[in-house]
Design a binder for this molecule. Sequence first.
Ligand SMILES: [Zn+2]
Length: 303
Amino acid sequence: MMGLFSKKPPCPICGGKIPLILPSKIEGEYICNNCFGKIDMGADQESSLTMQGFRDYLAFYEQNQILKGQFVISEQIDFGLWDTKITFDYQNKLFCMSKNLDKTVFEGKALKAFVIKEDSTPLFEGSAAGIRRYVSTVPERAIAMAPQIAQFAMSRQMARTLDRLDDGKVNHSTPIQYFHIPEPFQAFNVELHVDHPYWSVIKCDMDGPRFDHTHPDVNNYLRDYQHNIEEIEKLVAAIKTMALPETSVQSIGLGTSEAQREHISSAPTVDVIEEIKKYKALMEDGALSQQEFDAKKKQLLGI
Ligand SMILES: [Zn+2]
């Protein structure tokens, strides 16, 4: 009798049992979970995998177990969600995109080039020709958001003050406000270009810092960003040690950006002055105390 739970022929690779629920298929043939779980290859390669291709892959997989057996963990770098790590072996020049080495082990010499971007803007680019580090505009763009953030904090505080004015205690009659302005960038995108039968590019990403939705703060953002950058620098150093030991790191465009940063910190923008005027008017209307105004003014001027 045919049906949803009808008995399926055994796995053509190992003779193992085919699962009843959502069995995997290659070229229309059911494959057991144990065999299917060994597949770790680029999406293009996986989508065009034939039965013969799969048998060839399993031979590669067995060979790869030898590299796995030799692996000595030198460094693990946290990456992305769900406790993902990139694991490096400096001694044998190997790496694996898994903390438990349960994925393909790559030889460092297979890595031909890499790019790390902030969204789509390159931060690092490397190959045998050298490693380039580009100056990020993220800190500047975060600092430039200070007036918007101050305005949000002020209007949030105003809403709370008005709440209290109603009957002397907080009653949340005004809706809670959340900060929804997007951050200067969303994620560090890493691409490792490899010369390999089952991979051409290995991609992974790490989320950039996020503003707190109720208490956004530029300094907190910059501190989190700095932590991220330290991880990225560790990753670049690890890639260099493992795959590109002869290369040097060259910084591109540092001069101009330093000059821009100088400009931002020394001259308050028109926006900031306009902001201060607004708060001054609020104080004169009695919505803010002198103390609150002074604190806000100092914050806006960054003093
Ligand atoms: Zn099987």
